[in-house]
Write a protein that binds this ligand. Structure first.
Ligand SMILES: [Cu+2]
Length: 160
C-alpha cells in the first residue's frame, strides 16, 4: 500500500522543485548538475531477496573529477557502492570516481549501487528515486525504472 503513493509524492515534489527552479533561473536547471545520468535502471526484488542493484551511465559535464561517496533512496535503508572483482562484489574503496569530461558506466558484472535490506518488493515498472552524494557536498538525483534481470543471481550468489 505504501509503495506507490510514496513514489508519486516524490515525483510530485520533484516537479514542483523543477518548476520553482525554472521560475528563478533564466538558464536551464540541468546546467547546474555536474553529472548527467543516462539510462538508469534498477533490478526487481522480492521481499525474500531484500536486495537489488541499480545501474546507469554517469557523465561528468565538468572539467574536474567527481567522486561519488554515497547514495540514498527512499526504498532502501542502506545503499553501498560496489565493484565486482574476480566475480565477487565488494565495496569500492574511495567511492566511484568519474573523470573530468568522461563517463562511468554502472553495469551488471561491474560497478553498481547495491540496495540492501529492502523492506518492500520492487516490481517491474516501478520508478525508484535515487540521490548520489558527491565528495564536494553536492547531490545528484535521478529516477531509475525497475526491470527484471535474470543475471542478477550470479552476481549476488558469492556474498557471504
Ligand atoms: Cu553488490
Amino acid at each position: 500500500m505504501f509503495t506507490r503513493p510514496r513514489f508519486l509524492t516524490s515525483a510530485a515534489v520533484a516537479v514542483v522543485a523543477a518548476a520553482t527552479l525554472a521560475g528563478c533561473a533564466s538558464d536551464d536547471a540541468s546546467a547546474t548538475d555536474p553529472l548527467e545520468v543516462t539510462d538508469p535502471w534498477v533490478t526487481t526484488a522480492t521481499p525474500e531477496d531484500m536486495m537489488s542493484a541499480a545501474f546507469a551511465t554517469l557523465t561528468n559535464t565538468t572539467d574536474a573529477d567527481i567522486t561519488i561517496v554515497a547514495a540514498t533512496s527512499d526504498v532502501s535503508p542502506e545503499i553501498q557502492l560496489h565493484e565486482v572483482v574476480d566475480g565477487a562484489m565488494q565495496e569500492k574503496d574511495g567511492g566511484f570516481v568519474v573523470p573530468a569530461g568522461e563517463s562511468l558506466v554502472l553495469e551488471p558484472g561491474g560497478l553498481h549501487l547495491m540496495l540492501i535490506g529492502l523492506p518492500e518488493a520492487v516490481v517491474a515498472g516501478d520508478a525508484v528515486d535515487f540521490r548520489l552524494e558527491l565528495a564536494d557536498g553536492g547531490t545528484v538525483a535521478f529516477t531509475a525504472t525497475a526491470k527484471d534481470f535474470d543475471g542478477a543471481n550470479e552476481d549476488y550468489g558469492d556474498e557471504g
